[in-house]
Design a protein around this ligand. Sequence first.
Ligand SMILES: [Mn+2]
Length: 344
Amino acid sequence: MQELYGASGYFMEAEANKKKPTSETSKLTEVTVSDKLESLRAAKEHFRGLSFPTISSVGSNAAIIHYSPEPEACAEMDPDKIYLCDSGAQYLDGTTDITRTVHFGKPSAHEKDCYTAVLKGHVALGNARFPKGTNGYTLDILARAPLWKFGLDYRHGTGHGVGSYLFVHEGPHQVSFRPSARNVPLQATMTVTDEPGYYEDGNFGIRLENVLVVNDAETEFNFGDKGYLQFEHITWAPYQVKLIDLKQLTREEIDWLNTYHLKCKDILAPFLNQAEMEWLKKATEPFLNILSHLFSFFVIHHSLHRFNSLFLSNSPIANINVVREADALDGCSVWVSVGLIEKT
Ligand SMILES: [Mn+2]
């Protein structure tokens, strides 16, 4: 099997000049970027091919759920638009499937709201604990509820099984609103994807996808003597913090993201060069570090003046986005390459 059964991945976003790429310096398209990603995978020893045609989509193309870019008619990479990449490969020792959505410029507040809702659903499903016998029809609501809150939804299932050097979309179980998802309960050792999304026609699309493994859960109690199950993530790629509205996350969600990012850093580090590692360190920087720095700053600042209740009512978390956005604008990250490491 692949390392820890599944995929490890990262998007490489390099710091370059502060201007947008010009036509002379950039001919990156949905297809050339997708080809680059394939070449990185193909360098791996047990690679045998893609597990499905890569969905590499910019802006409004990302709103087309099963979009397949053509070399002559595809879009160029655009730092002002969202980029969605859903891809996977077949290896002799496993099959992978991962989706990340990123923005290389300054995402709009609406794009961040939508990304954050998708992320909250993705995290809620991945963190679920449930009694044995539970099926994916029951769990599907966990991934949709944060979107439903805003009157948003997506027109595809939330998860499918993934074979090992077999079918990448594999039953018999699934996580879905479709009645067929009631047929087979989730069982320990099954793999299943966790891939909620949101698609706005003519504008943008968002999807986040990790592969999960179903494991036995050690719970404090065991009502009904059924035994309980939980998920383990086996896909390792940072979520882009720039697209997250941190003040909409709960403390538990922030803790989970920090832990996941630290694991990403530890697991991917041995496979990265220095420049890639610098990127990864930044991409996985714990939110609470920033929070504590901000908190220290505000405590010092306000102690010089007057510590009033207004400060207490101003959530420090609200300021993180400001810092992050300023940082992103200052560095004006531009697209250089996209890579995915899959350990063998
Ligand atoms: Mn999938």
